[in-house]
Write a protein that binds this ligand. Structure first.
Ligand SMILES: *[C@@H]1O[C@H](CO)[C@@H](O)[C@H](O)[C@H]1NC(C)=O
Length: 488
């Protein structure tokens, strides 16, 4: 009996699910967009191992994404090499007409050399090396990457650019072009569709373009998708003089993060460590790519990722993650990634926390944990509030937990102070502090802590703005998506 009724329930559920699917398809605003033209993407990367897998993913779905240009920063790579590697990969896949340029912008805090050197292990791959040095040379655009980004956005084409790159590609015998779509790689193709920037390195190029070309460039950006930041988790920077709260792409150029935060009109989707910590590059993932290695994109992606798989032994607590690849996957398949919209946040652009991104709202999990902790504290007389960095409590919970508690304490502190200010003001109750109020409060707080600690170096905060945060992804769903997408 129970069995039969549960069977009926399942049938009903299946019916509703099917009905909903049909209705949702009709109602979903994205449904018609998907039938229309693919979105234009500038891939702004920094030459790391996962950047090449990310490129494969972006090129795997010409119905959804059209890569119109690639810019490379000298960050998680040796940029001259990364330039060659990117061009070789594009040539191998028949996309040699996409303009690729190297940014002239440099590090505030450089990546560790061993990470930067790892690009060599991709550049030498026999699978991508059928070009001679002589054929490769003319494919290298002289335009600086940051200017190429501006030109593509402002619709002027690449200076001496897209056309030349296409011509050079043809000269290099790039005729295995089975994926060629008309005017790929030509930024000036006469349509005004705003461009999505998929930035998987530091934000330096984006900041440059906004600084130099202002609102004209901002208006041409559909969205910036940025792999960077650590919102409600600890950072991954372990460097002398830094407190460990920042993520590396942000730390490489903290002022650039601050500048992009200063442009609230440019939609920003952040894929922080909070999400990427869920997607390690595992041997199993690479074996699975191997089982479908008859597809060229799978063979290449598996081979590229295999360069870093030993991190699971070398750094068991912090293996290589699919940081950048997850970002591209979220662009291609939005419902893969859980998002929080309009999270007010700011960035620290100098001092011991430089590169830290700070949300002014608790994460869904932290809100829950804080409520539980408050309930427990009532019973225990509030004794278990803080957890100092060098305490046994910190050893037990790890640096991430210390970080999270500190952020929660700061958050609670700010809210209390703002409530106080509001009631002192004598006016009506201010339920939600305005942004200027929040910023003023932060500045006061910053000055105060600066004085208290007698710090020589001034801590500088960016403006506060709303960002969309990808806060969660199901790892297995992500792996399955990548495996499916790379069957090309
Ligand atoms: C990149 O390719 C160019 C052109 O073929 C070559 O001259 C240069 O040595 C290469 N750079 C590196 C760092 O291998």
């Amino acid at each position: 009996m129970a069995c039969e009724s549960s069977h009926r329930t399942r049938q009903a559920a299946a019916f509703f699910a099917a009905t909903c699917l049909i209705i949702c398809q009709v109602l979903k605003p994205g449904a018609s967009a998907r039938i229309s033209r693919p979105r234009k993407v500038i891939f702004d990367h920094d030459g790391g191992i996962d950047d090449y897998v990310t490129l494969l993913l972006l090129l795997s779905a010409p119905d959804r994404v059209r890569v119109v240009g690639i810019t490379i920063l000298d960050a998680d790579c040796r940029v001259e090499l990364a330039w060659n590697t990117t061009l070789k990969l594009l040539h191998t896949l028949g996309h040699g007409h996409i303009p690729v340029a190297v940014s002239s912008l440099t590090a505030v805090n450089a990546f560790p050399d061993p990470w930067r050197n790892s690009v060599l292990s991709v550049d030498v791959l026999p699978l991508i090396n059928d070009l001679t040095q002589e054929e490769l040379a003319p494919l290298r655009l002289a335009t600086p990457g940051e200017e190429l980004m501006a030109q593509l956005l402002l619709g002027r084409g690449a200076p001496g650019g897209g056309g030349d790159a296409a011509a050079a590609a043809a000269a290099a015998g790039d005729n295995n072009n089975n994926n060629h779509h008309g005017n790929d790689g030509d930024g000036d193709d006469g349509d005004d569709e705003p461009i999505t920037i998929v930035a998987t390195g530091p934000l330096s190029n984006v900041a440059y373009v906004l600084r130099k070309y202002g609102a004209a460039a901002a208006a041409r950006i559909r969205e910036v998708w940025w792999m960077g930041g650590a919102m409600w988790v600890g950072g991954n920077v372990v460097e002398p003089g830094h407190d460990g709260s920042a993520e590396w792409n942000a730390y490489w150029d903290p002022p650039a993060v601050g500048e992009v935060w200063g442009w609230p009109s440019v939609p920003l989707v952040v894929v922080p460590l909070d999400a990427t910590n869920a997607v390690p590059v595992t041997p199993e993932l690479i074996y699975r790519l191997g089982r479908q290695a008859r597809y060229r994109y799978s063979a290449l992606a598996g081979t590229v990722w295999s360069r870093v798989v030993t991190w699971v032994y070398d750094r068991p607590n912090e293996p290589y993650y699919a940081w950048d690849t997850l970002t591209a996957a979220c662009v291609l398949q939005p419902d893969l990634c859980e998002k929080l919209y309009d999270v007010q946040s700011y960035a620290v652009v100098a001092g011991a926390s430089q590169g830290r991104t700070v949300p002014l709202a608790p994460s869904p999990e932290a809100a829950e944990a804080a409520a539980e902790a408050a309930a427990a504290a009532e019973g225990a007389g509030g004794a278990k509030g803080s957890c100092a960095a060098a305490s046994p409590c910190a050893e037990q919970h790890g640096a991430g937990e210390v970080q999270r508690r500190r952020m929660e304490a700061e958050e609670a502190d700010m809210r209390a102070a703002l409530r106080e200010e509001a009631s002192e003001g004598g006016g009506g109750a201010v339920a939600v502090p305005s942004l200027p109020q929040q910023q003023q409060h932060l500045q006061q707080k910053q000055k105060q802590s600066h004085q208290e600690r007698g710090e020589a170096e001034e801590v500088v905060w960016s403006a506060t703005r709303g960002v969309t945060v990808v806060n969660h992804v199901d790892a297995e769903a992500f792996y399955a998506f990548v495996l499916q997408a790379l069957r090309v």
